[in-house]
Structures are given as C-alpha cells and as structure tokens.
Write a protein that binds this ligand. Structure first.
Ligand code: FES
Ligand SMILES: [Fe+2]
Length: 448
C-alpha cells in the first residue's frame, strides 16, 4: 500500500492528497480497522423510535443493527443477528411490535433484547443459559441531544469527549425548537460509484455550488430570491459567510451567519412565497432571539455544514436540515442514507417551504444531489489513471482567504491521515474553534 497520502506544505502553501487513497482496496481494509472500528458512528435519532416498541433497522459501520425503544421507554441498540445461528432477527426497515421474532427457527426477543420464547425449548434442557441468549449489543452506545451513536470498540473516549466542540454545533440545531427536534418518517437511500471520502469533501464544499448547481441557483433566482446583494458584501447580504472552523479530532464545519433579521430563509432557500410566510418566519426568529439573544440566533439561522468524523453530516441550511451518513462497500462504491430533521411544532407554512426546499435540493431526484453524484462519479472515473495523475489538490484558502476555503476538508484529511498512518500534522491555527468566540451557547448554558 502506498503510505504517503498527504503533502501538507505550509510554505508554498499547498495541500495534496494521493489518489491511491480513493482506489486501493488495502486502504479500505485499513480504514475499516483504523477508522470505522474505532470511531463513534451515528445510529439514528431518538425521535425515530418515538413510541414504545418502535424499531428501526439499518447498517452502521457495515454491520446490521436494530434500534428500539423498549417497554420502559429506553432507546436500545442491538446487533441485528440472531444469537442462535445468525439470521437477521428483524428484516423490515421499521415498525412497531412487542416482540422481534426470528424468521429462521422462531426465537423471539422483547424490545429490550431478552430472549422470551423458543419453539420446543424443552430440547435444550434446564441448564441451557436462556438469560444470556439475548440480542447482542455493540460494545458501546451513547447519545447526545437525541443523536444516538455506537462504537464497535470497547476502548477510547466516551461520546461527549469524542464530539468535543461538535457538541456546540449540534446544540445550534437541537435548540431550534422548544418542543424538540424530530426526524420525519421517510428516508433517502441512494448509492454512488465513488469513494466515500469524496462525499465527505463534497458535503461541505462551498466552492462547487455556483458551478455544479447552477441550474438550481437559476431556479431559486426565478422564485424571486435575490442573490445579487449577497455578492456585494457580507453586510448587505443578510446571510454572510463565516467560513470554516476546525472543531478538533477531524470534526469540522463551514457555515454562515444570518444577519437579515428574518428577511431571507437559509443560505440557499427559495424566496418566501408570500408576506404571511415571511411574517411567520420572523415570529419564529423573534422567539429564538428571546431565548438565546440576537447573536446566537444569527448563527442558528445562518446554517452550517457540519462533519462529525468520519461519516456523519448534519447539514443545516435552515431551509432544510439533512442528516446524512454513508459507508463504503468498495473503494469506488458507497451507500448513502439521509433523513430530514425538523423542529417539532413548526408552523405549517414554514414546514411546507422547508419540505419543498428539502425535496428540490437534497432529494435523490432533486436538483442538487444528482449533480453531486454525477460530479463525484466522474472524479472516481478519473482516478483510474491515478498512477499517471496521482494527486488531488485541496490548497484553497491556505493563504488565509476564507472565501470558499477548503480548510474544513484539510481538517478531515489530517485526522484521516493520523488514524491511517500515525503521522500527526499540525492544524491551521486561524480556523481553530475558539470557545470564547464560537461557543457562547455552551457558556450560557453553564451560567443558567
Ligand atoms: S437463527 Fe434465529 S432462531 Fe435460528
Ligand atoms: Fe453539491
């Protein structure tokens, strides 16, 4: 395996990534062991199992899991593999039922994972250890503000420590409704013939928006949304770019601040369809200002593309909030799952606008996602010639210019490189998260 993946040259400055990282099966094998088997991985949102005995099945880090809410109301995560002979105990993607019954020989489990029935169980004798034939669990499961994670390793930092400053970015989403946030029913499920790290880059790549998504931008302009003011500078823009932040340990975010006072909704959303909808958005904003103050609300409603290393994005563009995770089955193939997170109790007109934005921008048949799929698959095709053209360039913004900087991608790659090779590359100091400047909500919470 090639072992010098990153050239991080601060003098020129120049940052390059070797394309073998995107094509080599040995790289993927090492990623499975060094990254997906050691990092906290997103399982789901607690609201997806809102009622007792709700369940959801999915893959996490390539492994089958079931998330349930048990009879006592506790959210649980199990390996979806029968302790008898391995069959997936639950084959439906979601549902509700007091028992999970294995289709193969009929063993049944309750939603807390206990084995409660086996056909003809007298053949096992009195000493057979039924108590310990419960559904297996991942070594660790923890949650933060409704976001449930598991870890396939029993050692390493707990979830809160692992998330670090990412918690502040999660707070900016989780605090958006006094009644909590929920994932809506329905899932976007799609795949790409591209390396998973290309989607890491793409999910917070501001540079590509105006070219790759030109058609979408034209449509939004046609809806009456005015982007011309934005180009004249942040003060007049209403939604000002804030640029990237290094949240530590490979987590990073890029985003903006909404200084419009509620005149626009989200960095890339369509115009308000009427004055009444605008008024309702302003009313919601006013309530958030009451709760959190003007400055924090400007950040909440500005939006952010937030990576929780290695493969979870919370992309809150305010006009829609996507939770997106993905996993590589091959160096050139990944499956992507995405959900929409919404504020509970949201005004119906605002919900309608949000869902319109969500479908037309983020949907697998929307106006943005298919363009991204096309772009990433074409990159992957280009990597077939990686021996002759071995390097990707991610230097943008290393000269200190934050406009469409790629610093957030370099944060990811440095952490990836550290876990894969042991080489520690120092962060870029100018984009480091500053708790004083960037973390006042946490400070405010502590003071309450
Ligand atoms: S494999 Fe599940 S009951 Fe046999
Ligand atoms: Fe895109």
């Amino acid at each position: 395996m090639f072992d010098r993946f990153i050239i991080d040259d601060r003098e020129t400055p120049r940052f390059r990534v070797h394309r073998s990282a995107m094509v080599d099966p040995e790289v993927l094998a090492r990623e499975r062991a060094a990254i997906f088997d050691t990092c906290w991985l997103y399982v789901g949102h607690e609201s997806e199992v809102a009622s007792r005995h709700d369940f959801r099945t999915r893959r996490v880090g390539g492994r089958p899991v079931i998330m349930t809410r048990d009879a006592g109301g506790q959210v649980r995560v199990f390996v979806n593999s029968c302790p008898h002979r391995g069959m997936a105990v639950e084959t439906r993607s979601e549902g509700n039922g007091r028992f999970l019954k294995c289709f193969y020989h009929g063993w049944s489990f309750d939603t807390a994972g206990n084995l409660v029935a086996m056909p003809d169980d007298e053949a096992y004798g009195p000493n057979f250890d039924r108590q310990n034939m419960c559904l297996p669990r991942p070594p660790r499961v923890e949650s933060y503000r409704g976001f449930v994670f598991c870890n396939w390793s029993s050692t390493g930092p707990d979830l809160a420590t692992y998330l670090g400053h990412s918690r502040t970015m999660i707070d900016l989403v989780a605090d958006q409704s006094e009644e909590g946030m929920s994932v809506l029913g329905g899932t976007h499920l799609y795949s790409m013939r591209a390396n998973w790290k290309l989607l890491v880059e793409n999910s917070f790549d501001a540079y590509h928006a105006m070219t790759t998504h030109q058609r979408y931008i034209e449509m939004i302009k046609a809806s009456g949304r005015d982007f011309s003011r934005r180009q004249q500078g942040p003060a007049a823009a209403g939604v000002a770019r804030r640029g990237p932040l290094d949240l530590g340990d490979g987590h990073a975010v890029t985003g903006s601040v909404d200084t419009s006072g509620g005149d626009v909704m989200g960095a890339l959303g369509r115009a308000f369809p009427d004055e009444e909808t605008r008024a309702r958005h302003k009313a919601r904003r006013a309530r958030l200002v009451e709760l959190y103050g003007e400055e924090w609300t400007n950040r909440m409603l500005g939006g952010r593309n937030h990576l929780i290393f290695p493969n979870l994005f919370i992309i809150d563009l305010v006009m829609g909030c996507t939770i997106r995770t993905f996993y590589p089955d091959d160096p050139d193939y990944m499956e992507i799952t995405a959900w929409q997170l919404v504020p509970n109790g949201e005004d119906e007109r605002l919900r309608q606008l949000r869902m319109g934005n969500f479908l037309t921008f983020w949907g697998p048949a929307g106006l943005a996602t298919p363009d991204d799929v096309e772009a990433l698959e074409r990159c992957q095709k280009g990597f077939a010639a990686h021996q002759a053209a071995p390097w990707n360039d991610l230097s943008r913004g290393m000269n200190g210019n934050p406009i469409n900087s790629e610093a957030q991608m370099r944060v990811f790659w440095r952490r990836w490189n550290e876990l894969m090779t042991g080489e520690v590359l120092p962060p870029e100091p100018e984009v480091l998260f500053d708790p004083e400047r960037d973390g006042r909500r946490i400070a405010g919470l502590a003071a309450r």
